[in-house]
Design a protein around this ligand. Structure first.
Ligand SMILES: Nc1ncnc2c1ncn2[C@@H]1O[C@H](COP(=O)(O)OP(=O)(O)OP(=O)(O)O)[C@@H](O)[C@H]1O
Ligand SMILES: [Mg+2]
Length: 370
């Protein structure tokens, strides 16, 4: 886990100072900033320098939990609270007792849940879904958002009282383009980390190319820089990079070049499509092989298969479909074949049920009524 905000800029230095000051207290902190600026790293740092370091640290991505189950995820539920609630379960707040909870993307939290979060912040109290007993926990809250919460308050998407409660300590991480001094440090750090982890070497980058990297707009901030570092190491294992190499991967965002990234996107989509196609074929042949082996050994069929022989998409169909469309088809097939048992489908894919619920919502899937 990364818990150090690297950077030499005055902004990062000040942020690190503030983190050191607030970390040891129990004050809740709101971290804001564009996507990829390092909000999660900052949250990790607060946890790491806090007195709760040896206690639980629970990260919750509020934007990734469907509205219908967010309260039971956060506060737990009582047995019988809703269909499928076969046992009483603790929620994240209970699990984080004495420790820290990181509410990421808090701007995505439904208004009705925000009231309950405010209550936990003020008194530590909450009730399980379907429960009637007031529970109390001791949890330090760190929240993050890439939305402008003040605007969300004006648009009535975010409760003003919760906003005021949270923003008393607000760490705003400026975009990378406003702290160009940090680019080189991050670049070196990402390159070094990736090389070490993958046991590869990087031949370096010349001065002119580095200048270009430093002045690039980095609209995806440090995350985009990290991805860039990783791809150049993979693509140029034996070469010191010059400005031409770098430019191929960093298209200037000036108006005359606006159309270029689209071409890049297309290429990426194609690569993704190829990858999924290959994965699908490999999966299918693995399953066939497994089946043959089992039959040869005279044992029974495996108790479940990920994709059965009846799942079929022609090569033409796959080529004309987007990555999302293929994923949607596979998911729908699996759900229909497993009686819409989301837990089972999630297990067979090695995913969390929450992820599957999310996809169901994203693709607007519903059970076939026959
Ligand atoms: N100052 C920094 N020092 C070291 N690593 C950083 C820094 N800022 C960002 N990173 C790295 O960049 C990547 C993106 O950071 P992070 O996930 O914290 O961004 P985020 O603000 O939470 O983004 P999002 O809003 O999309 O969730 C991570 O790999 C993180 O380790
Ligand atoms: Mg994040």
């Amino acid at each position: 886990m990364e818990y150090k905000l690297l950077g030499e800029s005055i902004q990062i230095k000040e942020l690190n100072e503030t983190i050191k000051q607030v970390a040891p207290t129990d004050i809740s902190v709101l971290i804001s900033g564009e996507s990829g600026t390092g909000k999660e790293v900052a949250a990790n740092a607060i946890y790491f320098f806090s007195k709760r370091k040896d206690k639980p640290y629970i990260k919750v991505n509020c934007g990734a939990i469907p509205e219908g189950i967010i309260e039971s995820e956060l506060f737990g539920h009582q047995k019988g609270a809703f269909t499928g609630a076969i046992e009483t379960r603790p929620g994240y707040f209970e699990m984080a007792d004495k420790g820290t909870i990181f509410l990421d993307e808090i701007g995505e939290m439904p208004l009705a849940t925000q009231v309950k979060i405010l209550r936990v912040l003020e008194s530590g109290e909450f009730m399980k879904v379907g429960g009637n007993k007031l529970l109390k926990v001791d949890v330090r809250v760190i929240a993050a958002t890439n939305r402008d919460l003040q605007k969300e308050v004006l648009n009535k998407n975010f409760r003003e009282d919760l906003y005021f409660r949270l923003k008393s300590i607000n760490l705003n991480i400026p975009p990378l383009r406003e702290r160009k001094m940090d680019v080189k440090i991050l670049f070196n750090n990402f390159v070094e980390g990736f090389c070490k982890k993958n046991n590869v070497t990087f031949k370096g980058i010349d001065e002119e190319a580095m200048e270009y990297v430093i002045n690039y707009a980095w609209s995806g901030n440090a995350r985009e820089l990290r991805n860039f570092c990783e791809s150049i190491i993979v693509l140029y294992p034996d070469k010191k990079l010059n400005i031409e190499d770098v430019k191929k991967h960093l298209i200037s965002e000036s108006p005359e070049n606006r159309s270029l990234p689209v071409i890049q996107m297309k290429a990426r989509e194609q690569i993704e499509k190829d990858l999924i196609l290959r994965a699908l074929f490999e999966l299918k042949s693995d399953i066939l092989e497994l089946k043959n082996q089992i039959q040869e050994n005279g044992t029974k069929e495996p108790h479940f298969k990920v994709l059965g022989d009846d799942f079929f998409l022609s090569k033409e169909e796959i080529n004309s479909m987007s990555f999302d469309e293929i994923e949607k088809e596979i998911l729908l097939y699996l759900l229909n074949n497993n009686n819409w048992d989301v837990n089972k489908v999630a297990r067979s894919l090695g995913q969390t049920p929450r992820n599957i619920y999310l996809k169901i919502k994203k693709f607007n899937l519903s059970k076939k009524v026959s």
